[in-house]
Design a protein around this ligand. Sequence first.
Ligand SMILES: Nc1ncnc2c1ncn2[C@@H]1O[C@H](COP(=O)(O)OP(=O)(O)OP(=O)(O)O)[C@@H](O)[C@H]1O
Ligand SMILES: [Mg+2]
Length: 257
Amino acid sequence: MTEAALHQFKASAPDSLESVVVVHHLRKAFGDHVVLRDFSISLKENENVVVLGKSGSGKSVLIKCIVGLILPDAGKIYILGRSVPDLEAETLDILRRDLGFLFQWGALYDSMTVWENLIFPLRKHSDKTKQQITKKVEEVLESVGLPEALDLMPSELSGGMKKRIALARTLMLEPKIIFYDEPTTGLDPVTAKEISELIREVQQRYQTAAIVITHDMNCVKIAADRIIVLSDGMNYAEGTYDTLKQSDDPVVTAFFR
Ligand SMILES: Nc1ncnc2c1ncn2[C@@H]1O[C@H](COP(=O)(O)OP(=O)(O)OP(=O)(O)O)[C@@H](O)[C@H]1O
Ligand SMILES: [Mg+2]
């Protein structure tokens, strides 16, 4: 990183933060296909917000816009007080160190052991000593309930264990905000429940905030402090699991069926 990039990054850092992520009137279309029409969300410190939406409603596009992988057509996006679409690549890279990802398409490196997978994110930027790294690896493996997995290869792990290790890898960089895209997809109900509980435990242990995208209502019930229903590219409804469960709106009740 250049001095200039670091300077721009530090100069733009606000003194105090209420919301760690703010999305305001976001719009994103691909050609004529308007995916996000007018969507807003604000995520507070240590809060888990679930975005609920049908398949193809634009949930993954939303996350990609927020983390700067896709440029929005209009609207504002701030992470930790910084305007994401305005950041240069280098500054965005620095910001991303505070973000953790557990993506639908994210995977472990098959040719590396769990240990190698876990230390991989540290290769670029870490001032940790070898001893500190070892301690961190032990800590994150314990956090995800797999303290003995160090020398295993990904092929020796079940689907649920792979998710746990992928989450442990994310935790290595001590993120402030974690983005989960369909964290329980493809898992059996028991394992899905365990991963949902783990999302909660991580929030409590590391004081992280998270945006969780899922249509697994059991996961919503366990992991969500607040739910935003995304429909037709807009904020359709918002509330807790219990309040939305009482709703008689057909779009909302469809998720609970
Ligand atoms: N790079 C792209 N170019 C063109 N269209 C895209 C692109 N990315 C997404 N889309 C379209 O945007 C819409 C929303 O896609 P998105 O992946 O966000 O849906 P989703 O809500 O995450 O669905 P799912 O629950 O199935 O993961 C889809 O119609 C998709 O085809
Ligand atoms: Mg998706």
